[in-house]
Design a protein around this ligand. Structure first.
Ligand SMILES: *Cc1c(COP(=O)(O)O)cnc(C)c1O
Length: 406
């Protein structure tokens, strides 16, 4: 029997999109997550909350971000018009600040003065340290030691902003280990501490809450493309780590069935488990993503035959994670969104093309979406348009690229 097409994507009261999502946490976190859900629901329905948030997004973060017609990338593709949603122009250089600002306002509403967060590439850590400085909140950032090494400049930035950066030496010393440490801290200090999670991941209400704070991207993009071209785009393309910038762009278009939603995962440098972070490609890339629970939520998780969570690899720290947000799992299984992957080498080529053809140095995460966008555009007529989410700028990656070239 054919499934009906998906035209909306809302979780039930327990935070489930179908079987995905939910709340798989130790007993001590159930009450705090309930409290958070209640306060978020109240804030979500409070016009004063949105007025304050929108004002800060405008005056402090730099919203709305432009939708830029990338003519030379378009010429390179020789097909549909390519538009770039310029989240890289936001304060701190990526979409992460949209969510950090929203949650910091929520923390303040809840009277919590100690903020903890995890970070991979360091972008979420910088965004969190920034909003904590702005509101005078204490800030502790957990970061894997390997990520801290790859993104030393961001560690320095966070410290300049007054945050305490705790490097984590457990496991593979990357994002998953940082989240474990942050969760451990939260369990211990939950009475005065707010956990400001950085992607559309984790136990309910985080996947929903982070999405709500990121959908500003898609709402603006929808208005902008309609006023520029007079019609909806044929496709949206975004890189997918935990899934926040992509769901933020996709969500306001879910009911527009003619708009393709395309997420790009990290294909890394090989097909075997451990060499990539393409959670949806158990068939094409050998070994991998199956339904399971990781860090509080049910979704697709890269795991071995025994259900052990697999290590991942990506040239970009921000896509280097074994699981994907539960709403993406739902959109994937329902056939509403498509997921492809780009390898490290393809990301590097996208990075160079975007820099040379448009004068925009994208983040390595973002770079995963560039070649795919060219491919998709090349198969469409010139009077159609596609939107690429330019999730962040590449200043943080320039040193890594320089090292690769020597
Ligand atoms: C963190 C990050 C990502 C990946 O995270 P999502 O939650 O999947 O958006 C992508 N791009 C940039 C620039 C990032 O900083």
């Amino acid at each position: 029997m054919q499934k009906p097409p998906i035209t909306r994507s809302e979780p039930d009261e327990t935070g489930h999109w179908g079987k995905f999502g939910g709340r798989y946490v130790p007993e001590t976190l159930v009450a705090p997550l309930e409290e958070l859900t209640k306060e978020f629901t109240r804030a979500r329905n409070d016009p004063h909350f949105w007025r304050d948030l929108n004002q800060l997004l405008r005056d402090y973060c730099g919203r709305p971000t432009p939708l830029f017609h990338a003519e030379r990338l378009t010429a390179q593709a020789g097909g549909a018009q390519i538009y770039l949603k310029r989240e890289d122009l936001l304060h701190t250089g990526a979409h992460k600040i949209n969510n950090a600002m929203g949650q910091a306002l929520l923390a303040r509403r809840m009277g919590k003065h100690r903020i903890i967060a995890e970070t991979g590439a360091g972008q979420h850590g910088v965004a969190t340290a920034t909003v904590c400085a702005l509101f005078g909140l204490r800030c502790i950032i957990y970061m894997g030691a390997e990520d801290a090494r790859r993104q030393a400049l961001n560690v320095f930035r966070m410290r300049l902003l007054g945050a305490e950066v705790v490097t984590v030496n457990a496991g593979t010393r990357t994002l998953k280990d940082a989240i474990n440490e942050a969760l451990r801290d939260w369990v211990t200090n939950v009475h005065d501490t707010y956990y400001l999670l950085g992607s559309a991941l984790g136990p309910h209400p985080y996947p929903l809450m982070v999405r709500e704070f990121q959908t500003v991207i898609g709402r603006e993009a929808r208005e902008q493309i309609l006023s520029t071209t007079g019609k909806l785009p044929r496709a949206l393309i975004a890189c997918v780590g935990g899934g926040s910038n992509s769901i933020g762009l996709f969500h306001p278009f879910i009911a527009d069935e003619q708009v393709r939603l395309i997420g790009v995962e990290a294909g890394g440098h090989g097909d075997s488990l451990g060499e990539h972070a393409a959670r949806f490609h158990s068939g094409a890339i050998s070994g991998g993503g199956r339904v399971g629970v990781l860090q509080g939520t049910m979704s697709y998780v890269l795991q071995d035959a025994n259900g052990q969570v697999a290590t991942t690899h990506s040239i970009s720290a921000g896509l280097d994670y074994s699981a994907i947000g539960p709403e993406h799992a739902f959109l994937h299984d329902g056939g509403r969104a498509e997921y492809i992957w780009a390898t490290d080498d393809e990301a590097l080529e996208g990075f160079r093309l975007c820099a040379k053809l448009e004068g925009i140095i994208p983040a390595l995460e973002t770079s995963h979406a560039i070649l795919s966008a060219i491919r998709v555009a090349s198969e469409l007529p010139q009077d159609d348009a596609i939107i690429v989410n330019l999730s962040g700028r590449g200043d943080k990656d320039v040193q890594l690229i320089a090292e690769l070239q020597t």
